[in-house]
Write a protein that binds this ligand. Structure first.
Ligand code: SF4
Ligand code: FES
Length: 369
């Protein structure tokens, strides 16, 4: 059976859940890993060696804020020596010229910088932190260092009307790519769904803007648009399929098929400290539970789209129905779709109605030795 499982090509390395920002749509789990439970750099170096052996070609070094790891250079070196392409996913807070130089010397290949809005005050309000100036400075440093720069934006009711300004900001910062990703409603995003939910008109205007900019900037700026789940009746091919192309390693070493999967019951995920990455990818229950099509319920089981969207998102199916084996309610063919569309309406309220992601993780942001 294991001989037929294709190798992964990507690894999301969540180096820490600690972060100086407090975004209300954070993709980290509600239960954040304490700093004292984080993997050491030596663990990460070993994970990258195993990952390369398994077929992994690229890694996103993410968090939380990965720059809070004092040993990030050792981790980058480990990935580089394993032959894995490294992308740093950062808020930009704490990126100095010296730090970037030591990271590029270690082998860092590219940087993805998050921004919350094109307007500095609005960006800081959404982030719950005075972070915009640091982001702008970080973008300039990345360009000066000659690294590819991507700008990442999570879209919601409070910034969807700024899509034009966000694209202009990405151009001003010299980015090669901008990812405009509509909020995914699980974890913190689910907790703040009412405060984040956009309006249909807002979305339609944003789509028009994206189409126009794509035409205008073809070959100059790559514009990635990640569609919103609740609006068009189409399930997304979450993670490119369960256990199909990538794996996520949480800060404590738990290996998951996606960043939100720890919430799913019966998964029994295991830790990279206890099992080889190859065994986890090929043999573990967590990676096999929703792999392929055998687990699928009706209507997915007989649907001709099942090899394209893989039945949608398991974490969303669980979050909305309490059953991870059901068809993703985002799909118009799902028996739960009507309940989802009833939620696709913006409520009253502003940014201040969001519950901010917790500021510290257990023992706090104490510097690592
Ligand atoms: Fe995809 Fe299932 Fe919907 Fe078919 S029924 S489109 S496989 S989610
Ligand atoms: Fe977990 Fe979609 S986020 S499967």
């Amino acid at each position: 059976m294991t001989a037929t499982i294709a190798p992964p090509w990507g690894l999301l390395a969540e180096l820490t859940h600690a972060c100086p920002l407090h975004c209300g749509y954070c993709s980290n789990p509600l239960e954040l890993t304490r700093r004292s439970r984080e993997l050491t750099a030596a663990h990460w170096v070993d994970i990258f060696r195993q990952a390369a052996d398994l077929g992994v070609l690229q890694t996103h070094l993410s968090g939380g804020e990965p720059l809070l790891r004092k040993d990030l250079e050792v981790i980058v070196t480990g990935a580089e020596e394993a032959g894995i392409y490294t992308q740093l996913v950062t808020s930009g807070s704490g990126l100095t010229e010296d730090r970037l130089r030591s990271l590029t010397t270690a082998g860092l290949r590219s940087v993805q910088l998050s921004v919350q809005h094109a307007d500095p005050a609005a960006s800081d309000a959404i982030a719950g932190s005075q972070a915009f100036a640091a982001k702008e400075a970080a973008a300039a440093l990345v360009r000066k260092a000659g690294l590819p720069l991507g700008v990442n934006v999570v879209l919601h009711r409070h910034n969807l009307d700024a899509v034009d300004a966000l694209v202009e900001l990405a151009l001003k910062w010299g980015a090669d790519r901008i990812e405009l990703a509509n909020t995914q409603f699980y974890g913190w995003g689910l907790l703040n769904r009412e405060a984040l939910m956009p309006g249909r008109d807002q979305l339609a205007r944003a789509v028009e803007s994206v189409d126009r900019w794509r035409e205008q900037l073809e070959g100059r700026l790559e514009i990635v648009w990640v569609t919103p789940d609740y609006f068009d009746g189409v399930a997304k091919p979450c993670m490119g399929g369960w256990g199909a192309v990538s794996l996520t390693v949480a800060p404590d070493g738990t290996v998951l098929p996606c960043p939100a999967a720890a919430t799913l019951p019966g998964l029994d995920p295991v830790n990279a400290k206890d099992h080889s990455l190859r065994w986890i990818w090929e043999e573990s229950k967590a990676f096999n539970l929703y792999r392929g099509a055998d687990w699928m319920p009706s209507p997915c089981r007989s649907c001709d789209r099942r090899d394209q969207d893989f039945g949608g998102c398991r974490c969303q199916a669980f979050a909305l129905t309490g059953d991870a084996t059901r068809t993703d309610p985002a799909c118009s063919l799902s028996p739960d779709h009507t309940a989802l569309t009833a939620l696709a309406r913006p409520a009253a309220g502003g940014i201040r109605d969001m519950i901010p992601r917790r500021p510290t993780v257990g023992a706090g942001l104490a510097p690592r030795p």
